[in-house]
Design a binder for this molecule. Structure first.
Ligand code: OSB
Ligand code: MG
Length: 368
């Protein structure tokens, strides 16, 4: 397969409601849509880096630069047969996993379209609908949080994740647990604590949570190990796991008992699948994280989450949890059993709504 032309689109999409985490609040979510041409096929990939370096050091600006100046020149016009070969061509670039993953996603979409097979099957997925939950940002008040949880439960979500930060943690989680005794519930701190301040989280251990996600710093596997020793509740790592090697070391070190897998964070679907394989072999549960994706990234997440080791519900919600208007023709809906259908058409299985794309596009550029 030869990539003859690649176009980048810088998008800004308004979320239905602002999404607040311990690292900031986003209302207009930015991303880059990669459009890769090969023969008469077009493949799409989404770069999940946002405008600000809050979740990761990558931003839409750094990803644009890395794609334009290093990754695209390394792959354009060359014969590339597999995702592994594509990864080898990108290997000389240190870091920048989200930029790499976006190009790889477009390549997988092309591979699927060329072979007539959906991405889910290319990756080894086995199910047609995946269990999902909803991730709720930090709210103005505990009352507002309870209203939001009630609303999503009525819509059919059976698993809820709430975002926490110092001072907005125990009271919130206790209130949700009291109001919803049987809800599958988990919390995500996005690295807002240190080993010294994380003692404040100990009361969470009695709330029957599925997991506590990324309490400490991204580069701090060892203190997560010390913290896990103090909790019965499993610690789940998100930001800390940037490669298969990190995943192996975190498990060897007992720094966590569950891993959140995001293809963007680990440099692509190939590495995401490899981390899945490692965890499956060791009996460690994984689930698919989300980055407020458009329909393109959501389709990729659904395909990934159809692999057999994804035994916990993913942060993959219905389209209308995020956007009034999406850039894909397809909108994803929640089934009554809190699942979403995995796309079945070739590749990602979605098509772009060009007029919607025009409306949210800030800039585009093509190579060559
Ligand atoms: O930590 O999981 C996270 C969104 C942006 C950045 C980081 C995270 C999130 C979410 C949203 O939790 C999950 C979703 O896409 O619904
Ligand atoms: Mg997280």
């Amino acid at each position: 397969m030869i990539l003859s032309k690649i176009t980048l689109h810088h998008l800004s999409m308004r979320l239905k409601t602002p999404f607040e985490t311990s690292f900031g609040c986003v209302q207009d979510r930015q991303c880059i849509l990669v459009e890769a041409f090969s023969g008469d096929l077009i493949g799409y990939g989404e770069c999940v880096a946002d405008r600000d370096p809050g979740y990761s050091y990558e931003t839409t600006g750094t990803a644009w630069h890395i794609l334009r100046d290093f990754l695209i020149p390394a792959v354009l016009g060359r014969e590339i047969g597999t995702a592994e070969e594509l990864q080898q061509r990108m290997n000389h670039v240190r870091g920048h996993p989200m930029a790499k993953a976006s190009l790889e996603m477009a390549f997988w979409d092309l591979l699927g379209k060329a072979s007539g097979r959906p991405l889910s099957r290319l990756l080894g997925g086995q199910i047609d609908r995946v269990p999902v939950g909803v991730s709720i940002g930090i709210q103005e008040s505990v009352e507002k949080l309870l209203e939001s949880v009630a609303d999503y439960c009525e819509q059919g979500y059976r698993r809820v994740k709430i975002k926490i930060k110092p001072g907005r943690d125990i009271e919130e989680a206790e209130a949700v647990r009291r109001a919803f005794p049987n809800l599958l519930l988990q919390v995500d701190a996005n690295s807002a604590y240190t080993l010294e301040t994380a003692g404040a989280l100990l009361p969470l251990d009695t709330l029957n949570l599925l997991l506590i996600e990324q309490p400490l710093a991204e580069d701090d596997l060892w203190d997560h190990r010390k913290l896990q020793d103090q909790f019965h509740t499993p610690i789940c790592l998100d930001e800390s796991i940037l490669s298969v090697r990190h995943a192996r070391q975190a498990l060897e070190m007992k720094a966590c008992r569950i891993i959140n897998i995001k293809a963007g964070r680990v440099g692509g679907l190939s590495q995401a699948a490899a981390i899945h394989d490692l965890c499956l072999a060791q009996g460690v549960p994984v689930w698919c994280g989300g980055m407020l994706e458009t329909g393109v990234g959501r389709a990729s997440n659904l395909a990934l989450a159809s692999l057999p080791g994804f035994t916990l519900p993913g942060d993959i919600s219905a389209t209308d949890r995020y956007y009034s208007e999406d850039i894909t023709q397809e909108r994803f809906e929640l089934n009554p059993d809190s699942t979403i259908d995995v796309p079945t058409s070739p590749g990602l299985g979605v098509s772009i709504d060009r007029r919607a794309l025009e409306r949210v596009r800030l800039a585009s550029t093509s190579f060559p």
